[in-house]
Ligand binder design. Structure first.
Ligand SMILES: N=c1c2ncn([C@@H]3O[C@H](COP(=O)(O)OP(=O)(O)OP(=O)(O)O)[C@@H](O)[C@H]3O)c2ncn1[C@@H]1O[C@H](COP(=O)(O)O)[C@@H](O)[C@H]1O
Length: 122
């Protein structure tokens, strides 16, 4: 009998993505995710901005409680970002693949090699 594969700490992200993709397909009543999805990028984006601000505000809170608060706010931001991915039909695995593609390339090097007419300069 084969033993189950070792759990990975990022497994919950995969399970959350599956739930959000299912919510996007079925839009069940009584789901907070459904409310967000029905509001589209404007509603979801508003929450992403709000949660990003809350995460930034929590960044310099001291002590164990401050650290726990920061982790909590990071969870809120990641959840809402993943809801927007689900709305767009993009899996977090695709985002992970994009990050894998970038692995080993410094942001400074990437920026220096951008075409001159690329306006994404921030
Ligand atoms: N991970 C999350 C998650 N993280 C945060 N949140 C919700 O995101 C909201 C955070 O926004 P706020 O703190 O601003 O709360 P709020 O003031 O009530 O929000 P607004 O009414 O202003 O939008 C809260 O309602 C949180 O409960 C989440 N809601 C759901 N999930 C996951 O998504 C799954 C599906 O959820 P439903 O689709 O709602 O069943 C759940 O089983 C969870 O795994």
């Amino acid at each position: 009998m084969s033993s189950p594969p070792n759990p990975h700490p990022l497994d919950p992200l995969v399970r959350l993505m599956e739930t959000l993709a299912e919510r996007s397909q079925t839009r069940p009543a009584g789901s907070y995710t459904t409310k967000l999805l029905d509001g589209g990028p404007a509603k979801i984006g508003g929450k992403i901005r709000e949660e990003a601000d809350e995460m930034i505000e929590a960044a310099d809170e001291a002590g164990d409680e401050g650290r726990a608060h920061f982790v909590y706010e990071a969870g809120d931001l990641i959840y809402h970002a993943m809801v927007l991915m689900a709305w767009r039909g993009v899996d977090v695995g695709e985002v992970a693949a994009e990050l894998a593609r970038r692995e080993g390339t410094s942001g400074l090097v990437e920026k220096a090699n951008r075409p001159a007419n690329n306006h994404e300069t921030t």
